[in-house]
Write a protein that binds this ligand. Structure first.
Ligand code: FES
Ligand SMILES: [Fe+2]
Length: 342
């Protein structure tokens, strides 16, 4: 399994990095994240070059981190700035790899590839998460499956009727009008659900509405970042009011068989209503952690370590976006490997 290296990956919500250094593995590489004395986030390889102790178990000292084993100190540029032994020699082999980071829309993003190329691209902008208009909630979970299986799950939302009664009531799957949209580097999975009963989710925001046109349109960009427009238009009155819970679903491979899954959901209605916050947080956390994760994990276990296409899966029309996304990602990885080789 190879990953797309030259890309920005979601590493953690800003608040994840508020105290002690944290250890996270991205693309099979252990990384320690901490904040320097100015509050800027720093990422170093989480492996001391001396005897390979995890630096994440050490202590932050100003702009540097001290290894917990024999006390070598590494600054945020990865150089050893203090050797407490003997004459304190610091040969150049005493250094650790650094990873470029940037913070955007409340998310710390990490670049795991060639550092020289990091400046040439930006993560997708999700400005609604941090504008002053929306109320935003977010969370994260750990999925014990390959990240592309999680992408498959999110690009075919017809599973919601069977896994998520809070989000999609019984009988809706048969009414979904599905289409796949390709625009530039974005692949969209369009799910339109005309003339249905209001859902428990949208009754939180528009409790009096009975009938709606529902939608759940998910827009993927490589490697695994999705903007999901979940919304409804009410059919009871001529006003046809629209209501949406725009979301992001950002997936970062931890290993071949595990994924960091970050999500956020925003809204413009009932922004100060704590009960709505609680219901959305509980409903979404339950859906992702207790309904999606065990299913995706079970799928991974049944597939073993074999790639999806090698198992010759039966494809249904609503698999179009996920198949296109898989092919596009494979193409990008192939290109990256070819240019690295030649
Ligand atoms: S392992 Fe880090 S100083 Fe020895
Ligand atoms: Fe789901």
């Amino acid at each position: 399994m190879t990953f797309l290296k030259n890309a920005w990956y979601a590493a953690g919500w800003e608040e994840d990095l508020s105290g002690d250094p944290i250890a996270r593995t991205f693309l099979n590489e252990p990384v320690v994240l901490f904040r320097d004395s100015t509050g800027a986030a720093v990422a170093l390889a989480d492996r001391c070059p001396h005897r390979f102790a995890p630096l994440s178990l050490g202590k932050v000292e100003g702009d540097a981190i001290r290894c917990p084993y024999h006390g070598l100190v590494f600054d945020k540029g990865g150089a050893c700035v203090r050797n407490p032994h003997g004459k304190g020699a610091r040969p150049s082999s005493l250094s650790v790899r650094t990873y470029p980071l940037l913070t955007q829309n409340g998310m710390i993003w990490i670049w795991m590839g060639d550092k020289e190329l990091a400046g040439g691209s930006r993560p997708p902008a999700y400005d609604f998460l941090t504008d002053n208009e929306h109320k935003t909630l977010h969370g994260s979970l750990h999925v014990r499956a390959n990240y592309e299986l999680v992408t498959d799950n999110l690009l075919d939302l017809s599973h919601a009727e069977f896994l998520h009664p809070f989000i999609m009531p019984e009988g809706v799957a048969s009414t979904i009008k599905y289409s796949c949209l390709v625009e530039g580097d974005t692949i969209g999975a369009i799910h339109e659900m005309p003339d249905q009963d209001n859902t428990p989710l949208f009754r939180l925001l528009m409790p009096d509405v009975r009938r709606i046109d529902g939608r759940a349109n998910n827009f993927w960009r490589a490697p695994a970042n999705m903007y999901l427009d979940v919304g409804m238009r009410e059919l009871d009155s001529g006003e046809r009011r629209d209501c949406a819970i725009p979301q992001v679903h950002l997936l970062t491979p931890e290993t071949e068989f595990s994924t960091h899954y970050f999500w956020a959901a925003a809204r413009l209605l009932a922004k100060d209503d704590q009960r709505v916050d609680d219901a959305i947080l509980a409903g979404f956390s339950n859906a992702f952690e207790n309904e999606d994760e065990p299913m995706i994990r079970a799928v991974q276990e049944r597939m073993g370590g074999v790639n999806l296409f090698e198992l010759d899966p039966a494809l249904l029309p609503m698999d179009e976006a996920s198949v296109r996304a898989r092919r596009e990602l494979a193409r990008l990885i192939r290109n990256e490997q070819e240019s690295a080789a030649g």
